[in-house]
Design a binder for this molecule. Structure first.
Ligand SMILES: [Zn+2]
Length: 153
C-alpha cells in the first residue's frame, strides 16, 4: 500500500512532509490518484494543503493557492478533482483502501470495508451528491468517475 513518504517524494511541488499526517492510510491511494492529475496542473502555483483529515466518514480536504495563479482551466479541473477525491473517500475503506461503506459506532461515522467495519452499517437513502459551479454530480463506483445528475428531479 502507498505510504505518505512515497507521496511526499512523488509530489514535492505540491506536498510538504506532514501534510498527510491525519489522512488514514487506506485513503493514501486516492490521494495519489488526485495528485496524479493535480500535481502537474498546480506545480508553480503555490498550491498548499490546508486541511487533510478524516471527518464523518469522508476526507475533509482543503488547499490554498495565490489567486493570481488560478486560471479558468485550473479552476474547472480543481473543482472536479476536489469533489472526486471527497466522494471517492466515502466509498473506500479508510483502513485498507478496499471498497467501503458507511459504519456508525456511537456518534462516530467511518467508511470501512466488511472486514474493518465497526458498529452498524449506515444505510443511505440516496447517493451522495455535490453541487459544483458546473452542475450537480455524484460518484459512480463502476467507472470511478463523477456523473452529472439531472437537477430536474
Ligand atoms: Zn478495510
Amino acid at each position: 500500500m502507498t505510504n505518505a513518504d512515497d507521496l511526499y517524494a512523488r509530489y514535492p511541488e505540491v506536498l510538504y512532509p506532514g501534510d498527510l499526517r491525519d489522512v488514514p492510510s487506506g485513503w493514501l491511494g486516492i490521494v495519489d490518484q488526485y495528485f496524479q492529475v493535480v500535481s502537474p496542473l498546480m506545480t508553480d502555483t503555490g498550491y498548499e494543503v490546508v486541511t487533510a483529515a478524516e471527518c464523518a466518514g469522508g476526507l475533509d480536504w482543503m488547499w490554498t493557492s495565490p489567486l493570481s495563479s488560478m486560471t479558468e482551466e485550473r479552476h474547472r479541473a480543481m473543482d472536479r478533482e476536489d469533489v472526486l477525491l471527497e466522494l471517492r473517500s466515502y466509498h473506500m475503506c479508510s483502513a485498507c483502501g478496499q471498497p467501503g461503506k458507511g459504519w456508525k459506532s456511537g456518534k462516530t461515522i467511518v467508511t470501512r470495508c466488511e472486514a474493518h467495519g465497526v458498529g452498524e452499517r449506515v444505510v443511505d437513502s440516496k447517493p451522495l451528491q455535490r453541487r459544483t459551479p458546473h452542475g450537480v454530480v455524484r460518484y459512480d463506483e463502476t467507472t470511478d468517475q463523477l456523473v452529472e445528475v439531472d437537477q430536474e428531479i
